[in-house]
Design a protein around this ligand. Structure first.
Ligand SMILES: C[S@@+](CC[C@H](N)C(=O)[O-])C[C@H]1O[C@@H](n2cnc3c(N)ncnc32)[C@H](O)[C@@H]1O
Length: 235
């Protein structure tokens, strides 16, 4: 089930304590990002994403609010994956610890192909991998997974969201941290790759997206998967 609403209010309304098996989420990084620019007009292809242009103090408040909800709804010992880049990593890691997560590792998404940037062009982002609580956390499924995940990024002129992530990346995390039928949550759906990945893997998914247009994109992706699997079952 996905909702077109603020995730802080949504979690309070719809998610009981300790009800979620994994959280995979890609929050605004507070970089005022609106995607790559169009070649001809040089204008950004999208509007700046919501909550991506705050003062540091506002961003901290916003982040604490959603992290507290994420911590409340996640089952003890289960995993959370939070996307972030090098500029915000130090803050996010401290804030996650403050709300009670135990950071287990910093994963690197190697995007294989370089992106924008002048001095050493960007080719990676971080994913903070953490668990709820200090006691025994669950182990990931694959013993062979390393902390560098190589999945090609979607090229700027093909994206349907300014900060779109590949479904394959989300699948790897969901597969490693859940069993079939368990519940995946995403507090910042964007165009919905977590939603699509969860459906592909036979997991339930709950997610929130505040922007109407992005929510619409996400719901189409979800439906596409559902329709595909329906077609497969029927065919
Ligand atoms: C970094 S993007 C996620 C992109 C997504 N991973 C994808 O691949 O399409 C963050 C998303 O969070 C949404 N957002 C910002 N504040 C929100 C809030 N309070 N509640 C729900 N969604 C929010 C933005 O509209 C944006 O689409």
């Amino acid at each position: 089930m996905i909702y077109n609403m603020d995730s802080i209010a949504g979690a309070k309304q719809f998610l009981p304590d300790e009800s979620v098996d994994v959280i995979v989420t890609d929050p605004p990084y507070n970089l005022g990002f609106s995607g790559t620019t169009q070649t001809r007009t040089r204008k950004p292809r999208f509007q700046t994403i919501r909550n991506d242009n705050l003062t540091l103090q506002e961003y901290q408040r916003f982040t604490f609010q959603w992290l507290r909800q994420a911590h409340r709804v996640l089952k003890t010992g289960r995993h959370i994956y939070v996307f972030i880049d090098w500029r915000m990593y130090p803050y996010m890691a401290i804030w996650m610890r403050k709300v009670g997560f135990t950071i287990k590792n910093c994963l690197v998404w190697d995007k294989v192909n370089m992106g924008v940037g002048w001095q050493y062009r960007y080719q990676h982002e971080f994913i903070i991998f953490a668990a709820k609580g200090k006691e025994k956390a669950r182990r990931i499924r694959s013993r062979k997974s390393t902390d560098v995940v190589r999945v090609p990024r979607i090229s700027g002129n093909k994206t349907i969201h300014p900060t779109e992530k590949p479904v394959e990346l989300m699948e790897a995390f969901i597969h490693n941290s859940t069993e079939k039928g368990e519940l995946v949550a995403d507090f910042f759906l964007g165009s919905g790759p977590v939603y699509e990945a969860a459906q592909k893997l036979g997991r339930a998914c709950v997610g929130f997206e505040i922007d109407e247009e992005h929510f619409h994109t996400a719901s189409l992706r979800g439906n596409k998967e559902e329709n595909n699997s329906l077609e497969k079952q029927e065919g």
